[in-house]
Design a protein around this ligand. Structure first.
Ligand SMILES: Cc1cc2nc3c(=O)[nH]c(=O)nc-3n(C[C@H](O)[C@H](O)[C@H](O)COP(=O)(O)OP(=O)(O)OC[C@H]3O[C@@H](n4cnc5c(N)ncnc54)[C@H](O)[C@@H]3O)c2cc1C
Length: 396
């Protein structure tokens, strides 16, 4: 079988890329190894409203479980900061419904979606030849371009010898039936006892609440930290009133900027390309933007019949660097600064942040997707800069 474009992976990035390319009248096949789009869920579903608009996803009402207007942050020693405004900033979305909605959009645009179909091998030449396995049968399909949207451990990227993310964070989350949190505030908890080198969270989601931890290093699996956080955290532990667990979620995401995001006839999008906000772990909006840019480059390549690496460097890499490059850099810088701080240094930073009224600065910006402008203004806060100076010097 022959297609203009083969998309490997039916997560948000793959579905958006398939939708956009098929929408331009090209023949698209998307393969997903699981039997159902949206399963298993590996996400909290916190997406900025601005980002969703940019992805052109019109969500059905039932997919939106909550609206977030602010954040509350707790340092390891219990220092508290709050950034809240009355504006709707982000939705807490039912991720499985989100992915299904994207699949509908892709199918309506003309993309063919093959479930229970795994891409096993890729050969590049006159065309891209991809071996697919489905129900024990193997078949080779040909495509002009392959869009790799196969997630953080992208098989396509490693087969091509492209760089795959070196720094990966493991996350796990549980849904509890009740917690004493405001319905529109996400709470983030720092501290090596609860979530080494990242954070733990309470995220209100309509009638339930998500409790999760992201962990890098630390010596135990995330589940151990999650149980400890729920049982022993002096603040969060008391807020979690519902002891029945409704759903477990686990997964991983990259926290290093993308490096290789293309090759001849191949484009990497979403987690596969490392398009994740390293400071928060959110990858759906940035990954979706990368997918839209890849789709555009792909359509251009099909129009011009040029599938060279050089063409994609000019039409994909350049585009994502212009749109996302400096934002992802700032995310990574923030991540590296936090990674190098001890618990007591984070406590001290919280104190300075309060004295410098950083929360008032935070609420001037609509969401965390684009932190560059925020960061530039942060650098004008002298005492804050002095507190993180030695880390900035390490990084610049
Ligand atoms: C616990 C947790 C909470 C998170 N919370 C948020 C959040 O609140 N907001 C946010 O923006 N991000 C969040 N993220 C990150 C977000 O889930 C990812 O960034 C996002 O799913 C990446 O989308 P993607 O399409 O690139 O990859 P994925 O969603 O990983 O999709 C890749 C797909 O490819 C398929 N696949 C892989 N290999 C093959 C193959 N060889 N053949 C066929 N199919 C294949 C997989 O089955 C999968 O369906 C969270 C992550 C975790 C782990």
């Amino acid at each position: 079988m022959r297609f203009d474009v083969l998309v490997v992976g039916g997560g948000p990035a793959g579905l958006i890329a398939a939708r956009d390319v098929a929408g331009q009248g090209y023949d698209v096949l998307l393969v997903e190894e699981h039997p159902e789009i949206g399963e298993p869920v590996q996400c909290s579903g916190l997406f900025s409203i601005r980002g969703l608009k940019q992805l052109e996803v019109d969500l059905p009402r039932r997919a939106i479980a909550g609206v977030i207007r602010g954040g509350r942050f707790f340092s390891p020693g219990g220092e508290e900061l709050e950034a809240y405004s009355k504006l709707d900033r982000a939705y807490v979305v039912e991720r499985r419904l989100f992915d299904k909605e994207l699949a509908k959009q892709a199918a309506r645009a003309g993309a063919r979606i093959a479930l229970k179909t795994r891409a096993k091998g890729l050969r590049l030449g006159e065309k891209a030849k991809v071996a697919l396995e489905s129900s024990g049968r193997e078949e080779v399909v040909e495509a002009e371009v392959v869009i790799a949207a196969d997630g953080v451990r992208s098989r396509v990227a490693s087969q091509l010898g492209l760089s795959t993310p070196r720094r990966i964070v493991a996350a796990t989350q549980v849904e509890v039936e009740s917690a004493e949190v405001e319905e529109d505030i996400a709470e983030l908890y720092f501290g090596s006892r609860w979530a080494p080198n990242f954070y733990a969270w309470l995220l209100p989601k309509g009638e339930v609440c998500e409790v999760g931890v992201c962990v890098r290093g630390g010596g135990h699996p995330p589940r151990v930290y999650l149980e400890r956080f729920m049982r022993e955290h002096p603040i969060a532990g008391r807020k979690i009133t519902g002891r029945s667990r409704l759903e477990y979620v686990k997964g991983a995401f990259p926290v290093a900027r993308p490096k290789d995001t293309f090759a001849e006839r191949v484009l990497l999008v979403g987690d596969a390309g490392g398009f994740v906000k390293a400071s928060t772990g959110g990858g759906v909006i940035t990954g979706g933007i990368s997918a839209r840019l890849a789709a555009r480059a792909c359509c251009l390549a099909l129009e011009e019949g040029d599938f060279s690496a050089q063409f994609f460097r000019e039409n994909y890499e350049r585009a994502w660097k212009a749109e996302l490059g400096r934002e992802l850099e700032v995310h990574e810088l923030i991540r590296r600064v936090f990674d190098s701080l001890s618990d007591s240094e984070i406590d001290a930073l919280f104190k300075v942040a309060r004295e410098e009224d950083i929360p008032s600065l935070m609420v001037k910006f609509p969401d965390t997707d684009r932190p560059y402008e925020f960061f530039m203004q942060l650098l004008e806060k002298e005492r804050f800069v002095r507190a993180i100076e030695r880390f900035l010097r390490l990084e610049i």
